[in-house]
Write a protein that binds this ligand. Structure first.
Ligand code: 3HC
Ligand code: NAI
Length: 696
C-alpha cells in the first residue's frame, strides 16, 4: 500500500481511507494504493467487506488532471475499477463532498453506495474535453437508464444526493461521519446476508434514437466534440457486451486525450484557478468589506448593485434624482426577480434585500461610511472627476474608490483625488450580475491592499478577477477594438458582416462581432469613434457606414434595427438590407473592388489580430501573463472555452505560422498590421506563450 491509502480493520470490515489532499485526486500513488488495499483486505482473514471512504473534504474529485498529457503509469484507473468490482468481498462506498469523474467511477465499481445528504456527484469529463474513461459511460446507464446518463455525462453537471438517490446512482442517504455511516451500512448488509452486486452484471438498458441524441448534443456543444462522443460511448454500453463497451469507451477516451480541445479545456481549468494567484498579493490583507456604495444606477450600476446584494453586502446607491433612483431600484428588482425565479435566492432573502440591504440616495453624504464605492456614471472624464472629487471630500479614510470606466485613464481619475493610493478600476461586464469577468485595473499609485480588496470583492461576488494595467480599454476592450477593426477591414474589402458572424460562431464564439455590437448598442462604438476622431492617424481605415446607421437612429437591438433587424417576439435578427446597401455605397466611394473571403481566411485574420494585440498587451505588462488574457476573452467575450483562449489557440496553431500571416498582411497595410515584439521574440527563441505562464 502507499501512504495515500490508510488500511484499518473494524470487525469483519476493512476500511480503505483515501488520503490525498486537497480533493483525493486519483494519482498514481492512490491507484496503486487502492490495488494493494484490495489485495490486503482479501488476504486478511475474516474480512467480509471493504469500505471505501475519503479523507478531508471530498470522497474523490476524479483522476489527477496534472497527470494528463504525461505517459500514463500502471495501474490504470479502469483496471483499478475492475479490480474493485471483481472482488469476492462486498465493497461499499461511503461518499461525502464531491465524487466526480474517476471518483464516481470508483464508487460505481463498488457494490453498494451510501452518501451524505449534501454530497454531490458528477461525470464532468466533458469540461476537460474528455469522456469518462474508467467505465462511467458503461456503468452509469446500467443504474440510471440511458437518458439520465446522457444528461449527466454530456452536461457534466453536479447532481445533489437526493436527485442521485432518485436516479439510482446511490442506494441511500445517511448523515454522520462518512466512515461511521459506511461501516454501519456494510455491517447491515452483512447481517442481512447481502451478496455482491456488480453493476457490470446488471442488464443493459433499452436503446434510444442514438443519431438524434448525437446530433442534438453536437449542436448544443457549438463545435465541442466530447459530449457528442459521450453519446456514442453510452450507445456502446447498450449494444456491446460490458467488456467490449469498456474497450470502446477507452478508445474514445484516448482519442479525445490527443485533441487540441482537451488541451484547451485543461488550460482553462488551471488558468481559471491561477488567475487570481498573484505573487504581489501574497501576505497582503484586503481591507474590510461590509457596506459598499454604487454611484449611478443605469445598466452597469444596477447590475453591480445586484451582484453585491446577492453576495450579502449592504449597498447604498446614489442617483442624480429621486426619479432616477426609483428607476435604478426597478432595474435591481427586475434582476432580483430573475434570481428568485431561477432559485438563486429565497422569497425572504429577496424581500430583505429590497427592504433593508439596499438604500437609495441622491446625496453623496450617504456614502460616508462605505468601505468601497464603485462609480458607474456616464463615460465622461469631467463627470468622473467631479464624482471622485465629491467622494474624496465625503468618504472616510481608507474607503476604496473604484471606477467602472470602460476606457478612461484611471491614473487621471485618481489624480483628481487627494488619495490616489485608494483608487482602482473595477471593470465589470454587462450584465454585471451575470457575467463572470472582473478586470481589476491597477493604476500607478494604487496600494497593494487596495488591489487585494478588489480581488477579495471579485471572489465574494463569484467573479473571475484578472489584474490589468492602465491603457485605453485595459485588456479586453483594447484587444476587442483591434480584432473588430480587422473584421471591419474585411467588410470594406468584400466580406459581409453576416458571413463574418457565421464563421465566428462556427469557430465557437457565443456570438459574432456584429451581433454583439447590436446587443451592446451601436451608439457606444459611435461615441468612441467620435472621441477618437481628433487623434486618429490618417493611415487608419475606418468605415463610415456604421456612423450613417447611427445617424439614421439605428442603435441595434434597443431600437429594433442595427446590423440585423429584430422583429418583436422573435429570437435573434435577420440581416438588415440597409447595412448591405451602405457598405456597397462606401466601397464605391473608396474605389474598392470587393473580393471574396474564404471562411478560413476570415478566422486567420480575425485571430491574428486578436493574438497580435494580446501579445502587445502581455509585452507591455498590461496583462501579467498570457493566461490572464485567455481568461479575459473566455469569461468576458464569449471565446470558446474548448479552445482555451486566444493565446492557447495561438500556441496550438504554431506561432511561426501566425507571425508569417501577420507579416504577409502587413505588406497590404503596415499601419494596422504591426507584429508584436513579444511574438517576434517568442518565435525567434522557439518558445510559446505557455512557456511564459510557466515562467511567471
Ligand atoms: N486533479 C488534480 N488537481 C485537482 C483536481 C483533479 N481532479 N481537482 C481539483 N484539483 C486541485 C485544483 O487545481 C486546486 O489546486 P490549487 O489549490 O493548487 O489551485 C485544488 O485541487 C482545489 O480545487 P478548487 O480550488 O477547484 O476547489 P473547489 O473547492 O472550488 O472545487 C472541485 C473542488 C469541485 C473538486 C473542483 O476542483 C473540480 O471541479 N475539480 C475537477 C473535477 C474533475 O473534473 N474531475 C474529473 C477528472 S477527469 C477523470 O476523472 C477522468 C476519468 O474518467 C478517467
Ligand atoms: P448608463 O447611462 O446606463 O447609466 C449611467 C447612470 O449614471 C445614469 O442612470 C445616470 O443617471 C447616472 N449618473 C450620471 N451622473 C451621475 C452622478 N454624478 N451621480 C449619480 N448618478 C449619475 O451607463 P452604463 O452603461 O451603466 O455605464 C456606466 C459606466 O460603466 C460607464 O463608465 C461605462 O463606460 C461603464 N461600462 C459600461 C458597460 C456597458 O456594457 N454598458 C460595460 C462596462 C463598463
Amino acid at each position: 500500500m502507499t501512504d495515500k491509502i490508510a488500511y484499518e480493520r473494524h470487525g469483519d470490515v476493512a476500511v480503505l481511507r483515501i488520503q490525498n489532499p486537497p480533493v483525493n485526486a486519483l494519482s498514481h500513488e492512490v491507484r496503486s494504493g487502492l490495488m494493494a488495499g484490495m489485495d490486503h483486505a482479501e488476504a486478511d482473514a475474516g474480512v467480509k467487506a471493504v469500505l471505501l471512504v475519503g479523507d478531508g473534504r471530498a470522497f474523490i474529485a476524479g483522476a489527477d488532471i496534472k497527470e494528463f498529457g504525461k505517459t500514463p503509469k500502471e495501474p490504470h484507473l479502469p483496471d483499478v475499477c475492475n479490480r474493485i468490482e471483481a472482488s469476492p468481498l462486498i465493497v461499499v462506498a461511503s461518499m461525502h463532498g464531491v465524487s466526480l469523474g474517476g471518483g464516481l467511477e470508483v464508487a460505481l465499481s463498488a457494490h453498494y453506495r451510501t452518501a451524505q445528504p449534501d454530497a454531490r456527484f458528477g461525470l464532468p469529463e466533458v469540461h476537460l474535453g474528455l469522456i469518462p474513461g474508467a467505465g462511467g459511460t458503461q456503468r452509469l446507464p446500467r443504474v440510471t437508464g440511458v437518458e439520465a446518463a446522457i444528461d449527466m455525462i454530456t452536461s457534466g453537471r453536479h447532481v445533489k444526493a437526493p436527485e442521485a438517490l432518485d436516479m439510482g446512482v446511490i442506494d441511500s442517504i445517511a448523515e454522520g461521519d462518512p466512515q461511521t455511516v459506511g461501516l454501519a451500512h456494510a455491517e447491515a448488509l452483512l447481517a442481512e446476508g447481502a451478496t455482491r452486486r456488480p453493476v457490470s452484471e446488471m442488464p443493459a438498458p433499452p436503446p434510444i434514437d442514438w443519431d438524434a441524441s448525437y446530433e442534438a448534443v453536437l449542436k448544443k456543444g457549438r463545435g465541442q466534440i466530447a459530449p457528442a462522443q459521450a453519446v456514442r460511448a453510452v450507445q456502446a454500453s447498450v449494444e456491446l457486451p460490458f467488456s467490449e463497451g469498456l474497450k470502446a469507451e477507452r478508445q474514445m477516451f484516448w482519442d479525445l486525450m490527443k485533441t487540441d480541445q482537451r488541451q484547451g479545456m485543461i488550460h482553462a481549468f488551471f488558468s481559471e484557478r491561477a488567475v487570481s494567484n498573484l505573487p504581489e498579493l501574497k501576505g497582503i490583507e484586503p481591507r474590510e468589506l461590509a457596506a459598499i456604495g454604487v454611484i449611478g444606477g443605469g445598466t452597469m450600476g444596477a447590475g453591480i448593485a445586484t451582484a453585491a446584494l446577492l453576495s450579502g453586502l449592504a449597498v447604498t446607491l446614489i442617483e442624480m434624482s429621486d426619479a432616477a433612483a426609483e428607476a435604478a431600484k426597478a432595474r435591481i428588482a427586475g434582476n432580483l426577480a430573475g434570481a428568485l425565479k431561477r432559485g438563486k435566492l429565497s422569497q425572504e432573502q429577496h424581500d430583505n434585500i429590497l427592504n433593508s440591504a439596499l438604500s437609495l440616495a441622491t446625496d453623496y453624504a450617504a456614502l460616508k461610511d462605505s468601505d468601497l464605492v464603485i462609480e458607474a456614471v456616464f463615460e465622461d472624464m469631467d463627470v468622473k472627476k467631479s464624482v471622485f472629487g465629491d467622494l474624496d471630500a465625503i468618504c472616510k479614510p481608507g474607503t476604496v474608490l473604484a471606477t467602472n470606466t470602460s476606457y478612461l485613464d484611471v491614473n487621471e481619475i485618481a489624480a483628481s483625488t487627494s488619495r490616489p493610493g485608494d483608487v482602482i478600476g473595477l471593470h465589470f461586464f454587462s450584465p454585471a450580475h451575470v457575467m463572470k469577468l472582473l478586470e481589476v485595473v491597477v493604476a500607478d499609485q494604487t496600494g497593494p491592499d487596495v488591489v487585494a480588496t478588489g480581488f477579495a470583492l471579485g471572489k465574494r461576488l463569484g467573479k473571475i478577477s484578472v489584474r490589468a494595467g492602465v491603457c485605453d480599454g485595459f485588456i479586453g476592450n483594447r484587444i476587442l477594438s483591434t480584432y473588430r477593426t480587422a473584421a471591419d477591414h474585411m467588410i470594406l474589402d468584400g466580406a459581409s458582416p453576416y458571413q463574418i458572424d457565421k464563421v465566428l460562431t462556427d469557430f465557437g464564439f457565443a456570438m459574432g462581432p456584429y451581433a454583439v455590437a447590436d446587443l451592446a448598442g451601436l451608439d457606444i462604438g459611435w461615441a468612441m469613434r467620435k472621441r477618437l476622431a481628433p487623434t486618429r492617424d490618417p493611415r487608419e481605415r475606418v468605415g463610415r457606414y456604421p456612423d450613417k446607421l447611427c445617424e439614421a437612429g439605428h442603435f441595434g437591438q434597443k431600437t429594433g434595427k442595427g446590423f440585423y433587424v429584430y422583429e418583436k417576439g422573435q429570437r435573434g435578427g435577420t440581416p438588415n438590407p440597409e447595412v448591405t446597401a451602405l457598405i456597397e455605397a462606401e466601397r464605391k466611394e473608396r474605389n474598392i473592388t470587393p473580393r471574396a473571403f474564404s471562411d478560413v481566411e476570415i478566422v486567420r485574420r480575425y485571430m491574428a489580430a486578436m493574438v497580435n494585440e494580446a501579445a502587445k498587451v502581455v509585452g507591455e505588462g498590461i496583462a501579467r501573463r498570457p493566461l490572464d488574457v485567455d481568461m479575459v476573452l473566455l469569461f468576458g467575450y464569449g471565446f470558446p472555452r474548448y479552445r482555451g483562449g486566444p493565446l492557447k489557440w495561438a500556441d496550438l496553431v504554431g506561432l511561426p505560422d501566425l507571425l508569417a500571416d501577420i507579416e504577409r498582411y502587413a505588406e497590404e497595410d503596415d499601419y494596422f498590421w504591426r507584429p508584436a515584439p513579444l511574438l517576434r521574440e517568442l518565435v525567434a527563441d522557439g518558445r510559446c506563450f505557455d512557456d511564459l505562464n510557466k515562467d511567471a
